[in-house]
Design a protein around this ligand. Structure first.
Ligand SMILES: C[S@@+](CC[C@H](N)C(=O)[O-])C[C@H]1O[C@@H](n2cnc3c(N)ncnc32)[C@H](O)[C@@H]1O
Ligand code: SF4
Length: 391
């Protein structure tokens, strides 16, 4: 079995084809979240049940249109479906099953395809687990974020630590199950974070994602910080990053990307493919796609999305052909633990002062034409330096 951080696996993933499906509905809007989301209290959301039905009808219409664009991702079946959000688990297994079945009938699913959804702990029940398994879902990522109720309150989450633990107990034995965590919320102590990581790893999940809390413009957290509330502290986040890196390694989870760890055989196909410039169709509000070397993005307003499809139009907000696809390959590739082949940039990298400084400082290595980031926390700085390369 290939290790999650192997070059061979990353190269295979670059050829996988996926579908990303965005389900925007959430029970409440977390104050830090900038995703395309609809929550109670939003304008136009007074009839959420009705809006959900219209949205799902529009989504199915988009699947029909997109599958005719080029006979389904150049005629090949899908290696991965990822339902993300928003909160896909909030629409229930029947609606999830209808989407999976529709994608299968239109695009086809490759044998052993990954069928993955993001789930919030408060939605997880034995009934949901049985229902998801029955409709072919084989992978679940649970949005745990923290096992500290005070941190969960700060993050505005709708679940408790106990509910998160119960959700993992139900899901780890029956799916390839991931735990998603956030570190560095103001008020979270280092001990609290250590305890969160230990609790997450104690269930021996198949996958772990850990992201530092970021303050996204326009969110309630951003407004609070502008009004004087504490912001996440980069030094504190760096310490917490090292805590999770070390604990994951002790638990035999292999780091394969800046923020992602997996047991061998359980990398997230969809994610690994996107970091390798794999092709994916993006379906739903705010979804991004990458097909035939074109990157596209859908409108972010649910009403605009629904209305476009009700009129028989694609809900696209824009599309572009990357000016430098080879540079894009490098920028995405540096995020992976296996690094990226420098290709035509090898010579330029050897004489690039900025990159050579990073080599000398032990931040990156360049060996046999491949650049690898040794200190993943600095991957964004490395990417910025890579951007200044010219072939
Ligand atoms: C957008 S959520 C969707 C899945 C699910 N609703 C949830 O909350 O877990 C996907 C992941 O992004 C994380 N996320 C969203 N905004 C973030 C931010 N500002 N900083 C760090 N992580 C963030 C979420 O916490 C979650 O783990
Ligand atoms: S539940 Fe997830 S998607 Fe919804 S607002 Fe919170 S972080 Fe965003």
């Amino acid at each position: 079995m290939l290790s999650p951080d192997s070059i061979e696996l990353a190269d295979m993933a670059a050829r996988w084809r996926s579908a990303y499906v965005h389900i925007p509905f959430c029970r409440r809007r977390c104050p830090y979240c900038d995703f395309a989301v609809v929550a109670p209290g939003d304008p136009h959301a007074d009839d959420l049940a009705g809006l959900t039905q219209r949205y799902l009808a529009a989504l199915h219409a988009e699947i029909d249109i997109q599958s005719e664009v080029d006979n389904g991702l150049a005629g090949e079946s899908l290696d991965a479906i990822n339902l993300g959000g928003g909160t896909p688990s909030s629409i229930g297994a029947t609606a999830i099953g209808e989407i999976v079945e529709h994608l299968d009938s239109r695009f086809g699913l490759a044998p052993g395809a990954e069928v993955s959804i993001e789930a919030n702990p408060e939605d997880v029940s034995e009934e949901l687990v049985d229902g998801l398994l029955a409709v072919g879902v084989n992978r679940v990522s649970i949005g745990v974020q923290s096992f500290d109720d005070e941190v969960l309150r700060f993050l505005g989450r709708a679940h408790t630590a106990e509910q998160a633990g119960a959700a993992l107990e139900m899901c780890v034995p029956r799916f390839a199950c991931g735990v998603d965590l956030i570190f560095g919320a103001p008020g979270e102590s280092l001990d609290s974070w250590r305890a969160t990581v230990a609790s997450a790893l104690s269930v021996y999940p198949h996958h772990l994602s850990a992201y530092g809390l970021t303050v996204e413009a326009g969110t309630a957290l951003w407004r609070a910080v502008r009004a004087g509330a504490s912001a996440p502290d980069p030094d504190d986040q760096a310490d917490k990053y090292e805590v999770v890196q070390a604990a994951a390694a002790d638990a035999n989870l292999v780091q394969y990307e800046v923020s992602n760890y997996a047991r061998p055989g359980f990398t997230c196909r969809y994610n690994l493919s996107t970091w390798g410039q794999g092709e994916y169709v993006g379906l739903g509000v705010g979804a991004h796609g990458h097909r035939n070397a074109v990157r596209s993005r859908n409108v972010r307003s649910v009403l605009a999305y629904v209305k476009a499809l009700e009129a028989g139009d694609l809900p696209e907000a824009g599309r572009e052909v990357p000016v430098e696809p080879e540079m894009e390959r490098l920028i995405l590739g540096v995020r992976r633990s296996c690094g990226v082949d420098l290709g035509e940039w090898e010579e330029a990298a050897a004489s690039h002062a900025g990159l050579q400084r990073l080599v000398a400082a032990g931040v990156i290595e360049i060996r046999r034409g491949r650049l690898r980031v040794l200190r993943p926390l600095l991957a964004d700085d490395v990417a910025a330096t890579v951007l200044s390369l010219s072939p």
